[in-house]
Design a protein around this ligand. Structure first.
Ligand SMILES: [Zn+2]
Length: 340
């Protein structure tokens, strides 16, 4: 039986955005503690590799790559939230490379699925700049790598981080070769991700935003997946499924106002895994946010359990009226492009 590949690398712990920063080294240490406690049944851990400049340049401008590169070995900032320490550029290059390595493993059939346990996160980084704790857009680099190296032409990216994946959206906004979903809290940083933002040109209809008011829980998210994301993804017929797996929609997270639990994340992971298997599409997750250490570690652990073969918890049947009206607005919007 093929194993789940877990990409974990000590060198990504060394990225230090400074005292008091939410996106801190302890996040990966908490995940490392979980990895050290679990049995490695059906899974194996491998280190990251460095992304090449060619791989990063598929989604980022040379200006941005040069600006980040100049900060190697130094302290610096890309925006008021995004700070670098001397080891940060190396960590960012490894994070992008881990996501690309995960794609290689699942696309060649070497692994059943993969989870790149990376930091810094990536989904806020746009082509020409880093922002929101993100230097390079790891999931976008992974998708572009799959397109360039494995001939993937119909890539689904599902972003369940509590923040809108504005960087990934903007990078693939005008293409139909990536179908991008973001389910996120609104209003919240970075302020984008309205339901009416649906793509442009050849990409029209291939960006699907699901903004939800604060307070949405396990049952609400399960409905979003069953009633919007997976039905649209099925009509698209993906040849690769990527997940921007942030865990800041966890109920204990200090940056988000959602009510998901680790069981809720396991349910979502199970829905996506079952979908990908049914589509015969390889599956890779890449870590984004998640700032409550216990909530993050438990949620990552729960998702790894599902990836390695455990039966996920059933979807919570409860849903809230606020999420119901948010969902209705999204379905109304998406009926312009998809059968729902
Ligand atoms: Zn986030």
């Amino acid at each position: 039986m093929l194993e789940t590949l877990l990409l974990f690398d000590e060198r990504m712990i060394e990225h230090d955005p400074g005292p008091g920063h939410a996106e801190r080294s302890d996040r990966l240490r908490a995940i490392e503690a979980v990895l050290s406690l679990r049995s490695l049944t059906n899974s194996r851990i491998e280190p990251a590799r460095a992304a090449t400049e060619e791989e990063i340049a598929r989604v980022h401008s040379f200006d941005h790559i040069a600006r980040v590169g100049e900060l190697a070995g130094q302290y610096g900032s890309l925006d008021p939230d995004t700070h670098l320490s001397p080891d940060s550029v190396r960590a960012a290059v490894l994070a992008a490379g881990a996501a690309a390595k995960g794609v290689d493993a699942v696309c060649t059939g070497r692994s059943a699925n993969a989870f790149a346990l990376v930091r810094p996160p990536g989904h806020h980084a746009v082509a020409n700049r880093g922002m929101g704790f993100c230097l390079f857009n790891n999931i976008a680099i992974a998708a572009a790598h799959a397109r360039a190296t494995h001939g993937k032409r119909r890539i689904v990216v599902i972003d369940w981080d509590v923040h809108h994946g504005n960087g990934t959206e903007s990078i693939f906004y005008d293409t139909d070769s990536v179908l991008f979903f973001s389910v996120h809290q609104a209003p919240l940083y970075p302020g984008t991700g309205e339901a009416r933002a649906s793509g442009t040109g050849a990409g029209l209809g291939y960006t699907v935003n699901v903004p939800l008011q604060a307070g949405a829980g396990n049952g609400d998210y399960a409905r979003v997946f069953r009633e919007v994301i997976l039905p649209i993804a099925e009509q698209y017929g993906p040849d690769l499924v990527l997940v921007s797996a942030g865990f800041d929609a966890h109920r204990d997270d200090p940056l988000g106002g959602m009510e998901l639990t680790e069981e809720g994340f396991a349910t979502l992971c199970g829905e996506v895994k079952q979908f990908a298997v049914g589509q015969r599409a390889p599956l890779m997750l890449s870590l984004e946010g998640g700032y409550d250490l216990a909530g993050l570690a438990k949620s990552v652990h729960a998702c790894i359990d599902v990836l390695t073969g455990d039966t996920p918890p059933p979807a919570d049947p409860r849903s809230s009226s606020r999420a119901e009206s948010d969902l209705r607005a999204v379905v109304e919007r998406q009926r312009e492009y998809w059968k729902l």
